[in-house]
Each structure stands twice: as structure tokens, then as C-alpha cells.
Write a protein that binds this ligand. Structure first.
Ligand SMILES: NC(=O)c1ccc[n+]([C@@H]2O[C@H](COP(=O)([O-])OP(=O)(O)OC[C@H]3O[C@@H](n4cnc5c(N)ncnc54)[C@H](O)[C@@H]3O)[C@@H](O)[C@H]2O)c1
Length: 332
């Protein structure tokens, strides 16, 4: 599989490094309009062709697939041009700037028999795979909530707010872990520095009383990546910054009994063991790109396809609408 990569800023080097080390894939060209980015790429990969012009990559007859690793507002135009030129597309999160663009790209890929994969990297981590297994095996019991804190100082994006930058990680994880489709969204936030919301809080309502909350912030003095996932039987604490034991399962919960003849509910707390399951030690992006190459070769539809990307964009659109109305409930 011969790749062209568009965008060699912060995330692009990770894509190029993984594609270059993958069996069965080769990076032929990198496009980045920034001379500094091209110079970094040249130092790391002297034999890869470099160009400031993305269309050279998109129209190259030697290239089979294009990775779009540029800012969000460029995803639609670049992915569309790549699909029109017969290239499979690996596109960064969030998939597109709005759902109409996402739908158009999905239809174009179907028409041209091409694969779209959206980079929802976390779905390929050992932690998320383990949590999905715990849910599938009903170790946690019925799901009550998903509550994530994803905060740090910067990196400020210049075209999107903090929700569109950081929340796609949690929204794609929720889309993967929670079987029910979300019903409604509430989002609040505030702009302090560069005209985009830099602190935001998002609540997502699901059927079956499942609720999710995401706290994203570019103005936090410390970096936190902690998610609590509460079930009827057990609860998970996932600290993605922990060197080991990132996922801890707590055998804690609440039992409610209603004694005959007694009208008050009796609540008792259960506090059992905690254990830290073994997680697969893998580089998620390597696994994801390997899966992309496999999906193209076998014609299999990836689970993180354009439709998965679109579901995330729809939640973000609803969140933007709610944010603009200072937290009104927006139905999906
Ligand atoms: N999956 C993840 O965990 C993850 C992590 C970080 C960023 N991202 C995503 O990756 C994308 C890029 O983010 P970043 O932080 O690397 O941004 P960045 O600004 O650091 O880099 C983007 C690069 O794209 C180049 N570029 C922009 N428009 C171009 C065009 N039309 N043609 C060629 N080059 C162009 C810029 O010169 C820049 O070097 C975003 O969609 C972001 O959300 C994903």
C-alpha cells in the first residue's frame, strides 16, 4: 500500500513513523505548506518526496491511500479530492467540520468503492479494549455513567474550540463502548484567550438512564486524563497518564433493598476488592494503521469508518448549538 501524507505538524510525524514501519505499507510523499515542517520531514526521511502542494499527493498515480493530518477545516476538501482521485482515505478526528460534509464523503467513498477510516486512536489502546471487554462480559453490570476529565495547558487550536479538539476522543470512545445511541446533549463553555471556547463541559443523555459527562480544558495548570465508568456491579477508574495499572476495577457499588412493610428504601454500600487487569502493550496508532491496510486489502468495512466519524461530528454539532444557547438541551 503506497501512502501520501498531508500535514506534518504535531500529529503527522506519528502517522508517517507508523506507516513507514508497517509491513506492507510505504510512504511515497508528504505534503505540507510549511517549509519548517518539510525540513523536519526531510531530516527524518530523506528519501520521501516532499511538496508544499497537497494536490500533488492527491493526483499521484503511484499513491493508493492518503492520510489527511491537517487542521479540521481542511479535512473535507482534501478528503473529497482524494476520494475523487480514487484514493482510500485515513482522516484525522474530528472527521469533518459539519455533518453534511461527512455524509457527502461517505457517499463518495461508497460510489467509488473506497475505504474511509477516521483516526479514533483511543479505540485501539489496550485500556479501551479492556474496558469494552469488561462491559461485554457484564463485569461492570448495567452501565450508569461515563465521566471523563481531559484537561491540560494548551495546545490551542486556531480553527476549532476545545470541544471539537479534545471531546472527539471521549465521544468516539463512548460511541464504541455504549451500545445505545445518544439522545440529547447539553454543553456549556467560555472563551477567554483566542476567541474559541477554551473551557467546556458536555453532558450526553443516553437511553436506559446512562449519562456521560466530559470536561475539556486548555487552561488547566496540570494535565489530567482520567475517566470514571460506573456500572451497577463494578466501577472502573482509567488514568491514562499512569505508567502502569492504567485501568483499575473496583468491586464497589450500592445495593438498594425495599423491605416488606417498610416504605423507606434501604441503601447499603458494597466495598470489595480492587484489581488492575493486564492491558495489551501496543502502540494504538500502529495497530490502527495496520487495520486500515487490512481493511483496504480485504474490502472489510472498518468499525471506525466514515459513519463512526459522522456520529461523533453530529454530537459535536449538537454541542455547539447547545453552547451557543448557554446550555440548552439539544436533541440528536
Ligand atoms: N488522533 C489523535 O490523537 C490526534 C492528536 C493530535 C492531533 N490530531 C488531529 O490531527 C490533525 C492535525 O493536528 P496537528 O495538531 O498536527 O496540527 P498542526 O497545526 O500541528 O499541523 C498541521 C500541519 O498541516 C499543514 N497544513 C495545513 N493545511 C495544509 C494543506 N492544505 N496542505 C498541506 N499541508 C497543510 C500545516 O502547515 C501544519 O504543518 C487535526 O485534525 C487534529 O485534530 C489527532
Amino acid at each position: 500500500m503506497k501512502f501520501g501524507v498531508i500535514g506534518y505538524g504535531y500529529w503527522g510525524p506519528n502517522i508517517v513513523r507508523n506507516l513507514a514501519s508497517l509491513d506492507g505499507s510505504q510512504v511515497l510523499a508528504i505534503a505540507d505548506m510549511s517549509p519548517a515542517a518539510r525540513s523536519r520531514a526531510h531530516k527524518a526521511y530523506p528519501s520521501i518526496t516532499l511538496t508544499p502542494d497537497a494536490s500533488e499527493v492527491i493526483t499521484s498515480t503511484e499513491i493508493d491511500a492518503v492520510a489527511v493530518v491537517s487542521p479540521v477545516w481542511t479535512h473535507y476538501e482534501l478528503a473529497k479530492a482524494a476520494l475523487e482521485n480514487g484514493k482510500h482515505v485515513f482522516v484525522e478526528k474530528p472527521f469533518t467540520s459539519n455533518s453534511a460534509q461527512g455524509e457527502e464523503l461517505i457517499n463518495l467513498a461508497i460510489k467509488n468503492n473506497l475505504t474511509i477510516m477516521v483516526d479514533h486512536t483511543f479505540l485501539f489502546t489496550g485500556a479501551v479494549k479492556k474496558i469494552r471487554q469488561l462491559l461485554d462480559e457484564e463485569t461492570l453490570g448495567n452501565l450508569y455513567y461515563y465521566d471523563s476529565t481531559r484537561v491540560n495547558l494548551g495546545l490551542f487550536q486556531h480553527d476549532i474550540n476545545v470541544l471539537w479538539d479534545l471531546a472527539p476522543h471521549d465521544l468516539s470512545i463512548m460511541d464504541y463502548l455504549i451500545k445505545e445511541s445518544p439522545e440529547a446533549v447539553v454543553a456549556t463553555g467560555q472563551k477567554h484567550v483566542n476567541g474559541y471556547e477554551d473551557v467546556a463541559f458536555m453532558t450526553v443523555y443516553f437511553p436506559e438512564k446512562i449519562i456521560a459527562h466530559i470536561n475539556v480544558n486548555w487552561l488547566s495548570p496540570v494535565k489530567v486524563r482520567t475517566t470514571l465508568i460506573g456500572g451497577e456491579k463494578r466501577m472502573v477508574v482509567w488514568n491514562d497518564l499512569a505508567a502502569d495499572e492504567k485501568v483499575k476495577v473496583y468491586d464497589k457499588g450500592v445495593n438498594v433493598t425495599n423491605r416488606e412493610g417498610v416504605y423507606d428504601l434501604l441503601v447499603s454500600y458494597r466495598s470489595g476488592d480492587m484489581w488492575a487487569p493486564q492491558l495489551e502493550q501496543i502502540e494504538a496508532l500502529h495497530e490502527e494503521l495496520s487495520y486500515f491496510v487490512d481493511c483496504i486489502s480485504t474490502g472489510q468495512q472498518p468499525f471506525n469508518d466514515g459513519r463512526a466519524g459522522l456520529r461523533v461530528v453530529k454530537m459535536l454539532e449538537a454541542a455547539s448549538e447547545s453552547l451557543n444557547k448557554r446550555g440548552s438541551l439539544v436533541y440528536l
